[in-house]
Design a protein around this ligand. Structure first.
Ligand code: ARG
Length: 402
């Protein structure tokens, strides 16, 4: 009996060619697994195609709830944004898909998993490292990394093997889509000086074409998790879907960035992530109201580390467990409502309220009702400024900043 391999199958050209290629090269039986993380395409058609191109079995797994609750929302609570701009949509889906491959491999008694990643990107690292963590005995086959075919050769191989080559293969872009965002690369985007053409965007209107009237949305949070949109309670998947539409209609969520890949390459990446853009802004605004100064400062460092570990494929690591515990603890009082204005590509927080707000009007106000004791300030400043006073006397060049 042939050995079995579980392949992460998207329905696209590369993973279809991979089915044939693995069969020819390794003589293995292929089980195709397609995870639904909100890619908005006909996954039953993908499943049928997998069988048609030669998989012995093909399954589609609806992983949207899991994706949002176990991967996206913890990243939101951590404020995990890579290099200040990338909401990590693709990066967050990889550990989920890789875990699924390992699970199916166990059920089916497979000896290997396979994915369609090239040898130049981050995704290969994420798949391989998660497999190393969850199924260290499993081999990993990465046809696109091994075969060294150009785009043209892949298409020729497909034609020879009677794999349907869709017209859309003419699309010069490489796109990855899930509920949290779209990632777009290749084609003219590889010139960092070239502005992204309009046709790469699907969820967002051009900010210039957005409505001339601002639109307001209210996001309700409980313990750092978004639970309502405009006062309507919604599950995570629905909330993200609806917010994607609202924010996208106002041109919010386009990101154009030169990014540092783990393998050392700088690459030009375009992202479209309307819901993530709004939710990160709203979540951070609520934290500013409910966390102390020290919590805020330390959590910012944690956010940076958290984003890096997600980006670099370390989801299933002790480092993540440890950071997760800290982040969860910080979210106990991150409950309340944030009001956001969406207007011509901008997302601006214009209001926030919380039953656990640390903002005290009686301390902040310059009007009547002020209870802040201004006479206590000179003494405080006296001590706070003491080391500066001493140092500037003893070491006079302290003042020469240059
Ligand atoms: N650079 C992003 C990341 O590493 C996105 C990669 C998306 N892949 C794609 N085929 N467009 O997470």
């Amino acid at each position: 009996m042939a050995e079995k391999v579980v392949l992460a199958y998207s329905g696209g050209l590369d993973t279809s060619v991979a089915v044939k290629w693995i069969k020819e090269k390794y003589g293995m039986d292929i089980i195709a697994v397609t995870a639904d993380v909100g890619a908005e395409k006909d996954l039953e058609a993908a499943r049928q195609k997998a069988l048609k191109v030669g998989a012995i079995k093909a399954v589609v797994v609806d992983a949207r709830e899991t994706f949002v609750n176990e991967f996206v929302f913890p990243a939101l609570q951590a404020d995990a944004i890579y290099q200040g701009v990338y909401p990590l949509a693709t990066a967050l889906s990889r550990p989920l898909i890789a875990r699924l491959l390992v699970e199916v491999a166990r059920q089916e008694g497979a000896t290997a998993v396979a994915h369609g990643c090239t040898g130049k990107g981050n995704d290969q690292v994420r798949f391989d490292v998660v497999t190393a963590a969850l199924g260290p005995d499993l081999a990993v086959i990465a046809p696109a990394r091994e075969w060294g075919m150009t785009r043209e050769e892949t298409i020729a191989y497909a034609r020879r093997s009677r794999i349907p080559v869709p017209v859309t293969v003419a699309s010069p872009y490489s796109v990855d889509i899930n509920l949290w965002g779209r990632s777009i690369e290749c084609g003219v985007l590889e010139d960092p000086w070239t502005a992204p053409p309009e046709d790469i965007y699907i969820w967002t209107v051009s900010p210039g074409d957005a409505p001339d009237k601002p639109q307001y949305v209210e996001i309700g949070f409980e313990k750092g998790l978004p639970v309502s949109l405009n006062r309507k309670r919604l599950g995570g998947v629905k909330l993200i879907e609806q917010l994607t539409r609202l924010a996208g209609a106002n041109g919010v969520g386009r990101i154009d960035h030169i990014e540092d890949r783990l393998v050392g390459i700088k690459s030009r990446e375009i992202y479209e992530a309307p819901a993530a853009t709004v939710l990160f802004a709203a979540h951070k605004a609520l934290e500013a109201m409910t966390l102390s100064r020290e919590q805020m400062r330390f959590k910012q460092n944690v956010a940076e580390e958290y984003a890096s570990l997600i980006y670099n494929g370390l989801w299933f690591s002790s480092f993540h467990r440890d950071l997760r515990a800290y982040v969860q603890s910080t979210q106990r009082y991150v409950t309340g409502t944030v009001r956001v204005r969406l207007f011509k590509g901008n997302c601006t927080v214009v209001g926030r309220k919380s039953p656990f707000s640390l903002y005290q009007h009686k301390l902040a106000t310059y009007d009547v009702g002020d209870q802040f004791d201004q006479s206590a300030s000179p003494g405080f400043i006296q001590l706070y400024g003491l080391p500066v006073r001493v140092q500037s006397q003893v070491q006079p060049e302290t003042k020469d900043i240059g």
